[in-house]
Design a protein around this ligand. Sequence first.
Ligand code: BDR
Ligand code: CA
Length: 311
Amino acid sequence: PRKIIIDTDPGQDDAVAILLALASPEDLDVLGVVAVAGNVPLPLTQKNTRIVCELAGFPETKVFAGCDAPMQRKLITAEHVHGSTGLDGPEMADPVMTLQDQHGVDFIIETLRAEPAGTVTLCPLGPLTNIGTAFKNAPDIVEKVQEIVLMGGGYFEQGNITPAAEFNIYVDPEAADIVMKSGVPITIMPLDVTHKALTTKARVDKFRAMGTKVGDMVAAWTDFFERFDKEKYGSEGAPLHDPTVIAYLIQPDLFQGRHINVEIETKSELTLGVTVADWWGVSGREPNATFMKDIDADGFFDLLATRLARL
Ligand code: BDR
Ligand code: CA
């Protein structure tokens, strides 16, 4: 199995991504899960991460708290989508499993230093603060990373937090800039992909039909965060963003995109946090990321249903 570190800000879609990873031990070895401030502040994202690991039946998972604010900016959160806890929807008890004492950024640095070069994949599902900080403080670890597979940005589907920018990149554009310029192989799941992965009724019914606690929770989370897209945009479901990252590691042929140059706008007020994706290859700049555009959405939801049923 491929060794991964999940970096996350749960968030209902983050929660489903964590469940998918923990349900897939033949493909993925989860070395640790690091929480970051994003959808909600850090005290909630680290707690939510533990709730999800316990729900999955893996309370021995190492969970860390990372950075509580972006590298240079004030934190922007997304309670309007995810609710005041970040995991609104079902009733949930407080977690019993403990949080690791070590800072999440130190865990990332220490783990990458200890593992053979090119053997650990980073999976950021929130703002890139922890990874950007780790790369800045310990540049020697950059060459140790096998790949970064992240959810963020957009090209044809531009923004969801501003007209121009996607939430994860917008919250910490300086961190995203460090990551994009790092030289590590990067695969990006932008809004172009995730806006095609909608939680339609038929798909959510499959989670409900599992008749398990996990199935019920996933359906209840989905019901909650869907209301935002349904009420605001009249769409038939919400985009299930973050699990696309984990699905890619398990079944890469579900996705299609291009290897192109991607840079981050860090200066403009109007377009702060844009992923400037050179889709048409007009800049002459070196490709640094595989920017996905299409997803086999039915195949993706089938994978989720099959794997989550194991928990
Ligand atoms: C991203 O922002 C968060 O609200 C979601 O969890 C996802 O990671 C989508 O823009
Ligand atoms: Ca997220």
